[in-house]
Write a protein that binds this ligand. Structure first.
Ligand code: B4P
Length: 197
């Protein structure tokens, strides 16, 4: 299986590029944020719980995220692989995820981190908030999400770097140029190990 993690701060382009990657390499797109938003729209118990954290710019508790992710993954284990978009976001998530993959004799193929400066992130998310009405895309909540990213998620860069899985792509510029660079990085690093479509 080809299992890609697209990593980056809120607004870095993870969602944008994950969709394109899942189409290009025929992978399952697994966005924890999208799953939560769909649960919220359907007013499920999981959605109601997630909403209380998301609206404040906080992370949803690890246990809730992991249960949801494992049950989603187990339904798709016979596919080519996954693009993980917005997961993992904490060291606890990454550790438990690693063990879960090991139990199923699969592994993370590569991690691509999108680097975008804070000013650009805020501009993008405020713009999206105005267009979409997303309740977590207001300036105050975005600033809190960035703090949470720096405290809880950024340490994963070192975590995956130590495992020799981390590759960085500059995420400012046209979507097509950035996507081409992401594909180059993936193809260079997984070459010979997987049949890329
Ligand atoms: P997510 O849904 O993952 O949202 P995000 O971090 O804002 O990234 P997103 O994918 O939406 O943004 P993108 O960069 O694609 O998470 C939302 C919330 O859910 C979290 O705050 C958290 O509460 C919760 N959650 C999710 N996963 C969790 C987990 N594992 N653990 C705990 N909690 C979790 O795009 C941003 C904008 O930029 C778009 O409008 C896009 O069009 C634009 N854009 C993209 N590329 C661009 C470019 N090159 N130039 C200009 N604009 C660009």
């Amino acid at each position: 299986m080809l299992n890609l993690i697209l990593f980056g701060p809120p607004g870095a382009g993870k969602g944008t590029h994950s969709i394109k990657l899942s189409e290009k390499y025929k992978l399952v797109h697994l966005s924890t944020g999208d799953i939560f938003r769909s649960e919220i729209a359907n007013k499920t118990n999981l959605g109601l719980e997630a909403k209380s954290f998301i609206d404040k710019g906080k992370l949803v508790p690890d246990e809730v995220v992991l249960n949801m992710l494992f049950s989603f993954m187990d339904k798709h284990l016979d596919e080519n692989g996954f693009v993980f978009d917005g997961f993992p976001r904490t060291i606890v998530q990454a550790d438990k995820f690693g063990k879960m993959l090991e139990d199923r004799k699969i592994s993370v193929s590569t991690v691509v981190s999108l680097e975008v400066n804070e000013e650009e992130l805020i501009t993008r998310l405020v713009k999206r908030g105005l267009a979409s009405g997303r309740t977590d895309d207001t300036e105050e909540v975005i600033r809190h999400r960035l703090e949470v990213y720096n405290e809880q998620t950024k340490p994963l860069l070192e975590y995956y770097n130590k495992k020799n899985l981390l590759h960085t792509v500059y995420g400012v510029g046209s979507v097509d140029t950035i996507f081409e660079e992401i594909c180059n990085v993936i193809e260079k690093n997984v070459k010979g190990k997987y049949d890329l479509i």
